[in-house]
Design a binder for this molecule. Structure first.
Ligand SMILES: [Zn+2]
Length: 281
């Protein structure tokens, strides 16, 4: 039996996570002024608005922050750390880890760990791959760098799981699964991410009405509450996206509905992962 179904667990946990990408990827790509300004909306408006909501609702959150964002926008970090929030890693310039060599990935991971230590005095527990893009060796490097959890894979929804090491897939020999390693996965999914719904040019819908997205997020919340006791519902958001007024109103409604469910708690991912560990290997 997984620790996630133990008797002392809340009926359902909700984790609000924010990827504070800001202009990190625009700088790496050399984006023109309008794209840079779209990204700047995050630290300029989205982060203060999100932090104010979290503070007003007394909700903890997890922030995945590229090193360039924390160094360029220290006021954001001050606001985030003033609340009951966790800092986790998200690359330096929001790199696509599936396209860069292993030694460069390793260097970025260690540099971003050092940045979180500088800001909080302790190493981060979590990593989320920018673009949820991983090379075949990336999660081994993430585990070896000392991270406790990753949040970039999609093999489950309301349950955490151990990442396997050494899976082999080939057309000639088929598939052989490796063994579970130490890294814990907190699974993600596009439907629970604000970006593909709301931002144009992502190859999906873009500019959805908040009512459509709220229907999806509440559908997940209520299904998990009824069918996955002890489970987790995680939402992925970006301040430059969720921070627009009509979307903040949607997030407020989502939080309000969640708070109306008996036995539901909000938690940082590091706390969710900590309680998964005993007896779950
Ligand atoms: Zn990101």
């Amino acid at each position: 039996m997984s620790a996630d179904t133990g008797p002392d667990l809340p009926r359902l946990t909700v984790a609000l996570t924010f990827d504070h990408d800001a202009i990190s990827d625009s700088v790496r790509r050399g984006d023109p002024p309008v794209k840079l300004s779209h990204a700047e909306f995050g630290p300029r408006v989205g982060v203060p608005r999100s932090c104010e909501l979290l503070e007003r609702e007394r909700i903890p959150a997890t922030w995945f922050v590229p090193g360039h964002s924390s160094q360029t926008f220290p006021a954001s970090i001050e606001l985030i750390l003033r609340g009951d929030s966790e800092l986790a890693c998200h690359g330096w310039f929001h790199e696509d880890f599936s396209t860069i060599p292993a030694d460069e990935q390793r260097r970025i991971l260690h540099r971003s760990i050092e940045e979180v230590v500088r800001l909080t005095g302790r190493p981060p527990k979590g990593f989320r791959a920018p673009y949820w893009a991983l090379g075949s060796e990336t999660l081994d490097l993430v585990a070896d760098a000392g991270f406790v959890y990753d949040s970039s894979l999609m093999a489950d929804d309301y349950r955490l799981y151990r990442v396997r090491r050494g899976d082999r897939h080939s057309v000639e020999h088929g598939t052989s699964f490796g063994r579970e390693g130490p890294l814990i996965e907190v699974p993600v999914y596009w439907a629970m991410d604000d970006w593909p719904h709301f931002e144009p040019g992502t190859g999906k819908d873009g500019l959805s009405t908040p009512s459509q997205v709220l229907e999806i997020w509440l559908g997940e919340l209520r299904y998990a509450y009824d069918h996955a006791p002890g489970g987790l519902v995680m939402v992925t958001m970006h301040p430059e996206c969720i921070g627009r007024g009509h979307r903040m109103a949607m997030l407020e409604r989502f939080i309000g509905e969640a708070k109306g469910l008996d036995g539901l708690v909000f938690a940082r991912l590091e706390a969710v992962v900590e309680r998964f560990q005993p007896g779950s290997s």
